[in-house]
Design a protein around this ligand. Structure first.
Ligand code: ADP
Ligand code: MG
Length: 207
């Protein structure tokens, strides 16, 4: 079970890992995009860090909705609105809960993915964050159905997300800025799929 305090702690450690990987993510985006993904993500979560004390007092649904609205309003580019929508949708599903379990997490990830797809008019196979998110969720659901423990469920998700990042190297980008470089995007991993994998890995460490 994860309570509000732990959710906020996780958000702060997500900020830390995104900040530490700011250059790495931006370098990836430099190759196939406009070189701002790391800056965007770190800036968005820095805003969330500023709100941390106020967030602890909210229920988990409201914490996630606030994170989503902050990302939408403070982060430029496509990742702000896309990750922002993901967090807002997750928050709506979690609602007034003050503790969440693995089932809640998987349900929230599912609607978050639906939110990204709707907002981005995108699906898997287009070299985006979805190529890490969707396989991660599928693997976690399969592990959960097999009665795996929390650590094993997260490990399955991280492994699938990492494989998804590898897969993005093989395909041409057909959504977002990377689609402008066409065939030249082959051989390079997607920044958004990479940031999602970093975030999921960080969340898993809290368990
Ligand atoms: P921008 O592309 O506007 O500069 P970022 O660099 O912050 O924004 O984010 C780029 C990432 O956003 C990509 O690596 C990709 O994963 C994701 N992305 C872009 N467009 C879409 C979309 N339509 N659907 C899903 N993800 C997308
Ligand atoms: Mg960019």
């Amino acid at each position: 079970m994860t309570d509000q305090k732990k959710v906020v702690e996780i958000l702060l450690s997500v900020y830390k890992v995104l900040d530490e990987n700011k250059e790495f993510l931006t370098d990836l985006d430099n190759v196939i995009g406009d070189g701002d993904h790391g800056i965007n993500m770190a800036r968005g979560f820095a805003e969330i860090e500023k709100q941390a004390d106020a967030l602890v007092g909210k229920d988990i649904g409201n914490i996630l909705k606030t994170v989503g609205m902050t990302l939408v309003s403070k982060v430029g580019g496509s990742s702000g609105p896309l990750y922002g929508t993901a967090f807002m949708k997750a928050g709506m599903t979690i609602g007034a809960k003050t503790e969440i379990d693995m089932n809640d997490f998987l349900g929230a990830l599912e609607v978050a993915i639906e939110g990204v797809k709707a907002r981005g008019k995108s699906t898997t196979g287009e070299k985006t964050m979805l190529d890490a998110m969707v396989p991660a969720l599928d693997a976690m659901k399969a592990a959960a159905a097999d009665d795996a423990d929390t650590k094993a469920i997260f490990d399955a998700g991280i492994k699938a997300a990492e494989a998804g990042v590898e897969y993005t190297k093989e395909i041409i980008a057909t959504k977002g800025r990377a689609s402008y470089v066409g065939e030249r995007s082959i051989g390079h991993q997607d920044p958004g799929a990479t940031s999602f994998t970093l975030i999921l890995t960080e969340i898993s460490k809290a368990y």
